[in-house]
Design a protein around this ligand. Structure first.
Ligand code: F6R
Length: 634
């Protein structure tokens, strides 16, 4: 039907998605309040423009868009007709094209009959656009999404087919990734959605003919817990008469698979805290208890991970483990390496997923590749998984978001179960990942019999004490807020640790950087002498993670080296410590535990410190500039 050649996906560009958010509603209620509330719930993902389309009772399709926050859009809509019981809305995080009104979604087709929101990237949009222009269509912006809505309209007009058919036909010509929701002025009783490579969830409401759409479940959970997760290359047609039809792009009918959401609304609210980040820091003791539930058995002194038990032979015979992750998840991966090499006695490599995927790494079929990701949507980590699978490796996922792309792409895995993490800076997901990697190390060690019974049982006993020790840590560091205020002047920070505390230093530095915008470096403490110590003077705050076990004497020497150069010293110490306390200007205290479990406690004062510095500097803690919660672009 089209003259240009169909291009097939290759490599991993398939995963080059955007971090945008989609909300849709069709039913008996006014759509606008539901759409706006949904956009607010999606704000955590990061965005720089927003928009909404609603069809009113007179059959007019009204579209309102603006750069900036959802509140700016609301202001714009306050004097407009926003009535109607069907609508779609979007938050856009700009990748191509600046975040202005024209580029914001929803986009309109040339006739003004069809409106569409889109997450993802249409890679062949230039080719499609040239062909559509050749056919006489006009474009107002430069986005790939506008091309998609025009393509759907062109197909619809040319073949005189219903909207769903036009969507299916058009998507057969699209190369790239998409989650879309489409409405049509001339048929305000139905909505069409589709996905490939970018998640989309459909909520089935309490009333017949009521449907909710979300790029994740957060805009939906308030109204229904009955959802259908669309699979790649599926198209959903929802009708106000209550029908939900799901087909492939080739129009082969599929049975919708209904899932019950376990998330609760409370988990998405701030619950009296000024920021999600602070709430999530304080949630850690409970979150980690839930993470261990049914997995760490106190009576039997044992760890059960079904993801390992079901694939026992793969784990016993693994030649090597490679852990792929990005950002904070990479820091937990490094801690996973330290623990697993000790407990399991096989080599463990840790890779930045973005490097791994592009550098022809050696991967053996008897390797186990572990992907660690809070969101389960990080583009580079997804691509690393595909690469590992191509080489025949067994891929294990450690994710927080249920039903996420990484959870679906892996052979087996473990969910964190720490609840939704809304603050952009990861806190409870980090400690949940460290805990899960420790449980995984113990579960593999059990299968391989690489730990003595006494050591295994002692570690199982101690890991169960971590939530209580986290609670103690939160209760005993009340002066952090005041200490943080004295450091708002600082332009640089150094974080130092050794052994298990080195990844804590990296994570402490990242937390400070991302939410306060103060430059910070994490370093192995002994490496200071090899260069960075030149940075130290009386202006330079240096944070030591100097807990009692593991290299304590060595780190005391490192502190002395900084002290003699007049650096300002802050230390995380074990309860009862005297030596480091005397050398430090300020101390944060944690209870004693095995050094492999120290990171889950030592990071807590550093999370709080970053939080209070950022608050004192007036930063947008939950949505720091330039950052998005799920990094779905490579
Ligand atoms: C930092 C942070 C990021 C993420 C990284 C990977 O606080 O949250 O560094 O850790 O973008 O994201 P996930 O874990 O979702 O793959």
């Amino acid at each position: 039907m089209f003259t240009f050649a169909k291009v097939y996906l290759h490599g991993f560009s398939y995963f080059a998605l955007t971090m945008c958010g989609i909300v849709g509603y069709l039913g008996g209620q006014q759509a606008y309040p539901i759409l706006i509330k949904g956009l607010h719930r999606l704000e955590y993902r990061g965005y720089d423009s927003a928009g909404v389309s609603v069809i009113n009772a007179q059959g007019q399709l009204n579209v309102y868009k603006s750069p900036g926050k959802v509140s700016v859009l609301e202001e714009k809509c306050s004097s407009q007709d926003i009535s109607g019981t069907i609508g779609i809305a979007h938050t856009r995080w700009a990748t191509h094209g600046e975040p202005n009104t024209v580029n914001a979604h929803p986009h309109l087709s040339e006739s003004g009959d069809i409106s569409l929101v889109h997450n993802g990237i249409i890679e062949n949009y230039k080719t499609l656009r040239s062909e559509l222009e050749r056919r006489g269509m006009h474009f107002c912006g430069d986005t790939d999404t506008e091309v998609l809505v025009q393509l759907i309209e062109n197909v619809k007009q040319k073949y005189d087919v219903p909207l769903a058919d036009a969507v299916r036909m058009a998507l057969n010509y699209v190369v790239g990734a998409y989650a879309i929701a489409v409405i049509e002025k001339s048929n305000p009783r139905s909505m069409v959605c589709a996905r490939k490579g970018s998640p989309l969830v459909i909520g089935v409401g309490q009333q017949t003919g009521e449907f909710y759409v979300g790029s994740d479940a957060t805009p939906i959970i308030e109204y229904t817990n009955r959802v259908v997760y669309l699979e790649d290359e599926e198209v959903a047609e929802m009708d106000a008469d209550g029908s939900l039809r799901i087909t492939s792009l080739k129009n082969v009918e599929k049975t919708p698979e209904m899932t019950t959401l376990e998330m609760s609304l409370d988990e998405l609210e701030k619950g009296g805290y000024p920021h999600f980040m602070l709430k999530e820091i304080w949630e850690q003791p409970n979150a980690l208890s839930v993470c261990m539930k049914g997995r760490v058995h106190s009576g039997l002194k044992d760890v059960f991970l079904s993801g390992v038990i079901d694939h026992r032979e793969r784990f016993i015979n693994a030649r090597r483990i490679i852990i792929c992750a990005c950002g904070t998840s990479w820091h937990s991966a490094l801690l996973g390496k330290y623990f697993m090499e000790e407990a399991v006695q096989i080599p463990v490599e840790v890779e930045y997923a973005s490097e791994f995927r592009y550098r022809n790494p050696v991967i053996f079929p008897d390797d186990i590749v572990i992907a660690v990701s809070q969101s389960g949507e990080t583009a580079d980590t997804l691509a690393a998984i595909e690469l590992a699978k191509e080489h025949g490796a067994f891929v294990y996922g450690i994710c927080n978001v249920i039903g996420s792309s990484i959870a679906r792409a892996t052979n087996s895995g473990t969910y964190l179960h720490v609840g939704p993490e809304i603050g952009v800076a990861s806190t409870k997901a980090f400690t949940g990942q460290v805990l899960t990697l420790c449980m995984l190390g113990l579960a593999i060690a059990k299968e391989k019999k690489s730990l003595s019974k006494e050591m295994y049982e002692m570690l199982v006993d101690e890991i169960q004490c971590i939530p209580e020790k986290m609670r103690w840590t939160l209760e005993h560091n009340k002066d952090i807020e005041q200490i943080a205020r004295t450091f708002t002047y600082a332009r640089n920070f150094i974080f130092l640790g050794r052994g298990y505390n080195y990844p804590v230093a990296l994570e402490g530095a990242l937390k400070l950087k991302e939410i306060s915008y103060i430059h910070a470096e994490g370093y192995p403490a002994a490496e200071m002498k090899h260069g960075p110590i030149a940075l130290v003077d009386e202006e330079m705050p240096v944070v030591f993670i100097a807990t009692k076990r593991g290299n304590y004497e060595k780190i005391v020497s490192n502190i002395q080296e900084i002290k003699s150069r007049k650096g300002r010293i802050m230390s995380v110490v074990t309860e009862g410590d005297v030596t480091v306390r005397e050398l430090s200007d300020y101390c944060f205290v944690i209870p004693d535990t095995r050094d492999c479990f120290v990171p889950m406690l030592a990071i807590i004062p550093l999370q709080l410190f970053s939080y209070y510095v950022a608050v004192a500097k007036g930063r947008n803690v939950d949505q720091p500039r330039n950052l998005a919660k799920s990094v779905t672009v490579e």
